[in-house]
Design a protein around this ligand. Sequence first.
Ligand SMILES: O=C(O)CCC(=O)C(=O)O
Ligand SMILES: [Fe+2]
Length: 299
Amino acid sequence: MTELKHLSSNTSVDSIIEVLHDDACVIIDNVLDSNFLETLNNELDPFLSHDNFGRDEFTGFKTKRIGALIARSEKCRELALDPLINKSAKNFLQPYCDGLQLHFTSAVCIGPGESPQILHRDRGIWGGYLPRKVEPLFSTIWAASKFTKENGATQIVPGSHKWDKDRLPNPDEIAYAEMEAGSVLIYTGTVLHGGGDNVTSDEIRTGVFLHYAVNWIRQEENQYLSCPPEIAKGLSPELRSLIGYSKGGYVLGFYSDPYDDSAKHESVSPENMFSDSFDRFSDIPDPKDLVNKSIKSNQ
Ligand SMILES: O=C(O)CCC(=O)C(=O)O
Ligand SMILES: [Fe+2]
């Protein structure tokens, strides 16, 4: 039976990247303490008290999902900015982009009786149009409760990011992300995985999913609606920028204030909605450089 590799909470960015290149998945053990977890679960509970189960086999008829975690939970804001995760995500995705964005937030609670989710690659959300050589995602699942094989621990196939797209795993090639509450599973957009089945009678498996993507691609969760400007204005500039209130490169994601007739907020970074002093890409680049960068290579 294949096992997932585990690293300790004092691990380094380099160790994480090394395992990701080999396996496309790794667990970091016991990162969060019990106080953090208690507050996190208390923040999520009110939104999970409704019967909002999945609508199909993929989302799971016995699985609850809630989004908008940046707007709804202080602790999720902290998790989104976790320094080791952010440094690792930047380093890992750096061959494909000049910055990151938070792409998806969700608490996923797999309830008793749930069947296994079909194994899939999360990059499929873009319909298969992305060239295989581009890795668009660095994803995390924070265990808000203990993950066991019995209660729905994520199934994952280490190394399957290198497989032919139609190859399916033998049962002994599927690992289970068994981990203590407070640990975190990191995986990429190209590794095969899926929620596990929950054969317990009374355990709910809760994971907090925070996925990071290259900054030039459409986000899975629309952060501008899930965390609208009136809420975003209360966030740190760093978090606001991470969820998308910033530009990706020279022009990507600029906005113009439709009510501004002074042209002060004309074609500027969304960072200017909250402060005049933020526009990381406001320097005018050398036009020749801009044109040169428009295609990376001839292949
Ligand atoms: O719940 C899980 O462990 C995995 C869920 C998942 O992979 C998905 O919904 O895309
Ligand atoms: Fe998935």
